[in-house]
Design a protein around this ligand. Sequence first.
Ligand code: NAY
Length: 288
Amino acid sequence: MNGLYTALMCSFDEQGNINEKGLREIVRYNIDVSKVDGLYVNGSTGENFLISTEAKKKIFDIVKDEVGDSVKLIGQVGALNIDEAIELAQYATDLNYDAISAVTPFYYKFEFEEIKDYYNTILENVDNDLIIYSIPALTGVNMNLEQFGELFQNEKVIGVKFTAPDFFLLERLRHAYPNKLIYSGFDEMLLSASVLNIDGAIGSTFNVNGQRAKQIFELAQNGQIEEAREVQKVTNDLIAEILTNGLYQTIKEILKYKGVDAGFCRKPMKTLKPEGLAKARKIAEKYL
Ligand code: NAY
């Protein structure tokens, strides 16, 4: 399960329906052009929290059908409705997803014991391994070293997608749990995380910048830090421009520039205005 996973985008039409052809093209681009090791399906980048349970299942179906066994698949199933999380976990498992992942429950200020119960309850109901999806900036859920350790006591919790700029905690986690998988979640910090000996990374910008991300990760693993720094610098120039123009919308426009039918984002995400579209095109021409 090591390596680079794209946090997969989904193509939607202007009404917000799944564009199956476009989704298949995004999958193919990631496998054939970016050559990533796997796909993280129905994460934040997949606009998972904006779509229905049926739509989530349909995306799991289409992606598995397109991928077969050619790359690893992690299905994000986390939901505030724990019954939905279990249903999706079983669904992805039945489709032979290699692992499931679940975001920490958010919105309500859950106590740690409640968060632990959420993960253990999902895992009691599904025969698969799970990767914790930790993203404190969006969920408000900050867990410490000991709390991660408590979650890791469940053998089916095989790792964490660590989307936070806390390198002290990342180093402590790596040191304390050498047998758990640690994936870095912020693409702009990939090199810094890689030198701490992470097992892989999961990122939204890999949809378009997967080749550079792979280079950064592999150069760092080979100890070629100076070379990795150069690639991270270009990557961060690209990410900075994407972030100022609208993250997911701009990635979709770059994909379109590359001939991929990436569609639109779902409301309430904005649609880029002509200036934003022109900016996205400039970014694509400059970096890809
Ligand atoms: C997800 O589930 O799609 C992710 O969390 C992937 C990680 C990304 N986080 C979000 C919130 O999109 O790739 C990052 C992020 O977009 C990138 O580093 C730019 O900041």
